[in-house]
Design a protein around this ligand. Structure first.
Ligand SMILES: NC(=O)c1ccc[n+]([C@@H]2O[C@H](COP(=O)([O-])OP(=O)(O)OC[C@H]3O[C@@H](n4cnc5c(N)ncnc54)[C@H](OP(=O)(O)O)[C@@H]3O)[C@@H](O)[C@H]2O)c1
Length: 366
């Protein structure tokens, strides 16, 4: 083989072995919460093909000492002390604890301690995101949250960065994998909602109590984040009208089938800038047979984003699960390792806006 070819091949091999074209800056990482998502991130960071320079140094968990045997890697400090993480030389703190407090407080403290933060926590981002982003900017650090919406489906980047050159007018999406798994199971088998929940739980797609998912609370938090990114609006997730999917019956599916569709939990946000009106809701909705939403089954997510200039952009993929969510977190860490500049928070809406509940439930095909 000629010398120039050998050199080229060696260069290519080096890059693919290392997983990515990441700048070789050393980036030390601390994980808060060694549960479904945190442990998946830890496994990726201690497994093969770790992007160059990324190094897991700390794992904080309330049961750190019980869990430390779950990871073969040595040279990781397991701790039950958040102060130990804050005082450490970690560059990036990954928050995978969940809940609003104390997670938001720990993110604040990590930013104040000069660390960048990656979080999977939609409740924190939806409720405390603006203040935390302002703090991150003031500190010259990043706060990234791709994993908070859509699991591995990179909708945060798509809306916040990829389509920043357009004027987004509408987002219609399936944003909750658990509810989608339940409804698509009911559609496929004709079973009751309770049986579909039992099945989703057995497959690890639903919590013991999936009400937050079925009632639309989880999707509303995600939709609130998308409203900030897409429209520059700060929308209280509790103000988003929701209708529960917990009361959907097999008879509703028969009705939807006769109407030419099926039922999915849809999150809908549409902003009329001229009228300063935001129409936003989460509800079980009849979607047309053959549409991207009717074809979204199991814990998948999907979204159609409409822009004034680009038309409709469709995105779909794994919406939940440790491994899928870890992809989004790793991507955020890689972005920080490549460029540690701060990101700018969404401005607060100064003109008034109105939340509007349209007659959406089981009435209208999307
Ligand atoms: N699971 C998914 O598919 C998914 C997808 C996207 C985003 N997310 C988000 O990711 C975050 C984590 O979700 P998860 O499913 O990984 O939750 P999880 O399995 O319950 O993991 C949370 C971990 O944090 C630990 N923890 C909880 N409270 C703590 C405290 N006060 N101090 C120290 N450790 C504490 C838990 O310890 P114990 O073991 O003792 O409970 C557990 O190890 C949430 O914000 C969730 O919304 C999850």
């Amino acid at each position: 083989m000629p010398a120039f070819k050998r050199r080229l091949n060696a260069g290519l091999r080096r890059r693919t072995d290392e997983g990515n074209l990441v700048s070789p800056t050393r980036c030390r990482i601390a994980i808060l919460g060694f549960g479904t998502v945190g442990s998946a991130v830890a496994r990726r960071l201690t497994g093969p093909h770790v992007p160059l320079g990324l190094e897991l140094t700390h794992i904080f968990d309330r049961r750190a000492h019980e869990k430390s045997e779950a990871l073969a890697a040595s040279r990781i400090t397991w701790t039950t002390s958040i102060d130990e993480v804050l005082a450490s030389d970690a560059d990036v703190v990954v928050e995978t604890v969940g809940g609003v407090e104390p997670a938001a407080d720990w993110i604040r403290a990590a930013l104040a301690a000069g660390k960048s933060v990656v979080t999977a926590n939609k409740q924190v981002v939806a409720r405390r995101g603006a203040a935390l982003l302002t703090l991150a900017e003031r500190q010259g650090r990043q706060l990234r949250f791709e994993a908070a919406v859509g699991g591995a489906m990179p909708i945060v980047r798509a809306v916040g960065e990829g389509l920043a050159g357009d004027r987004i007018t509408r987002i219609v999406a399936i944003l909750n994998g658990t509810t989608n798994a339940v409804l698509s199971r009911m559609e496929a088998t004709g079973c009751s909602l309770d049986d579909a929940v039992v099945d989703a739980r057995a497959r690890g797609w639903a919590e013991a109590d999936p009400r937050v998912d079925l009632d639309g609370v989880d999707a509303a938090a995600k939709l609130s984040i998308l409203c900030a990114l897409a429209f520059g609006l700060r929308v209280d997730p509790d103000a988003i009208p929701t209708r529960t999917a917990a009361s959907v019956t097999p008879a509703d599916f028969d009705h939807a089938r006769r109407a030419g569709g099926t039922i999915r939990q849809i999150a809908h946000a549409e902003y009329d800038r001229t009228a300063s009106t935001l129409t936003v809701w989460v509800a079980p909705t009849v979607v047309a047979r053959g549409s991207i939403f009717s074809r979204t089954a199991g814990p998948q997510n999907a979204a159609i984003i409409s822009g004034a200039h680009c038309g409709e952009i469709t995105i779909a993929g794994a919406g939940a699960g440790g491994d899928a969510t870890a992809v989004a977190i790793l991507s955020d860490i890689v972005a920080i390792a490549r460029d540690r500049a701060a990101i700018v928070p969404a401005p607060v809406l100064t003109s008034h806006f109105r939340l509007q509940t349209s007659d959406f439930v089981l009435a209208e095909a999307v």
